[in-house]
Each structure stands twice: as structure tokens, then as C-alpha cells.
Design a protein around this ligand. Sequence first.
Ligand SMILES: Cc1ncc(COP(=O)(O)O)c(C=O)c1O
Length: 295
Amino acid sequence: MYSSISGGITTDPAAMVIPMDDHMVHRGHGVFDTAAIADGYLYELDQHLDRILRSASMAKIALPFGRAAMKAILIQTVSASKCSQGSLRYWLSAGPGDFLLSSSGCPRSAFYAIVIRGQSPSHQEGVRVVTSSVPIKSPQFATMKSVNYLPNVLSKMEAEENGAFAAIWLDDEGYIAEGPNMNVGFVTGQRELVVPKFDKILSGCTAQRILVLAEKLVRSGLLSGIRVRNITVEEGKMAQEMVLIGSGILVKPVLQWDEDVIGDGKEGPVSQALLELILEDMRSGPPEVRTMVPS
Ligand SMILES: Cc1ncc(COP(=O)(O)O)c(C=O)c1O
């Protein structure tokens, strides 16, 4: 773990602490992000860093130091952990101070990071999803990745209580939005990959990358095109394929949504091809998506 409060990196779990008076702890005044660690490389670190900086600006959290220093600290933290497969999660917080509502009593923002070991999924079994009854966050809060994940937690728990992998949110107009920690995508009857617009949901780094990588499937003829647009629930449930997309799950096929079977109820060729494209990108993609972690 790295903490800007202690000013260093520790591998001792007992020292991995956050002060109780940190505004993130008692008021939820913090933002976070997560990047995957694959084969000793950080995947899409720059994209995830850009996003936490956008989230911090929306949450009115000043940076304790510049982007280059944050990036260097994150790479050093992963290096110190000796973890080559897993994920890196990091937080920007208004920082410690008093216990009041405003952060004006918190003189210096804080930066924390932790490394979590885990395997990246290489094969994906299809899953079932349900429609979330937990209200979606308003666009102001859904487009930033703040630590206020209670709706996301309750939505995921609702899914698990119903034997499903995730619960899908619809937006205020009834269009398909996103899952609690993933985006969604569909393959229509015309073999077009469609992804909901990002104006009311989190702009997923994985989904944005998939939109670029999927061009290869258009060239090979597996897809006829790629579009980011509003999608109705009726259209989504009629799709040939549905996928969940996120840095934790990569690309996961959905075989059933509520009581409706998606496509023929089996993992489809586009889901599999998209997973292979992202795995290949993690293994051997260009430098703008892969940051080497010195061992
Ligand atoms: C609400 C929400 N939507 C979408 C995503 C997918 O984003 P990414 O692909 O950057 O992991 C996440 C993951 O953090 C999320 O929390």
C-alpha cells in the first residue's frame, strides 16, 4: 500500500491504514479508480489516471501532487508488491482534518493505493442478469467514480439474492444504462455492436478500448458496424448477444436477462472474439495501453 499521509509504500498489512478523520472515510468525499495488472504490466494505466483526475475535479478534490508523480508512485507500489497478476486500486481523498461536513478543515488532500492479487479471466462462462430495482445514480454522480458506491453495492447484492451475476440499471428515460461496476454492449440482429451513450453513466476504460479493438471484427466481417447510442430494454433483450464489459471481468457474455433468453442462450462468437481481442491487447498491445512495472 502507498499512503501520502505516511509518505511511503508498505507491504505490512498492519500499516495499511487510513485516518478516521479523512473526509473520504466519514463523508464519502473521495474518488477512486482501478487498473488491471497483467503479466507485470499495468493495463490502461494512463486512461484510468485520466479518469481519476476527471473524477477528482468533479468532486472538488485538489491534487496532492501532479499526475506524473501519481503515476510514478502507482508503478512503484505495484513493483514493491511483486504482484504480476491482479489489480491496482487507488483513491484521491479530500484528506484528513476535522469531522465537519465541508472539507475546508482538511488542509491537504490524500492519495492512497493498494495492490490486490487475482487472476485475469481467460475463458468466460455466460451469466444471468436482472433489472436493478435500486435507483440509478443521477448523471452528475454516475459519470464520476466517487467512493459513494452504496447503490452499486445494493444493486450487486440484489442480483446475487436473485441468483444473477449483476443487476442492470435503466436511465431516467428507460434506456439501458450500465451495471454496478461494468458497462454493457449488444450485438443486434444486423450484427452491429451497440453500446449505450456515456453521458449518464461511467465512461468505462474497457468499453472505450473495446470500441476501438472491435473495428478489427468489422474488417473481418463478424460485425457490420459499431455504434454508441441509446438502446431500449426491448431492443437489448432481443439482441443476438449481450456482454458485460469492465476491467474486473473484461468481457462476459450474458445468456439471460430477467426471464428473457438472449440470442440462442449460448455464449456467442462476438463475445468470445471481443474477449480474445482484449486479452491480446493486455498481452501485446501498444505502449499507450501497457505500462511496464519494473521487477
Ligand atoms: C459504475 C461502473 N460502470 C462501468 C465500469 C467499467 O469501467 P472500467 O472498464 O474502466 O473498469 C465500472 C468499473 O469501474 C463502474 O464502477
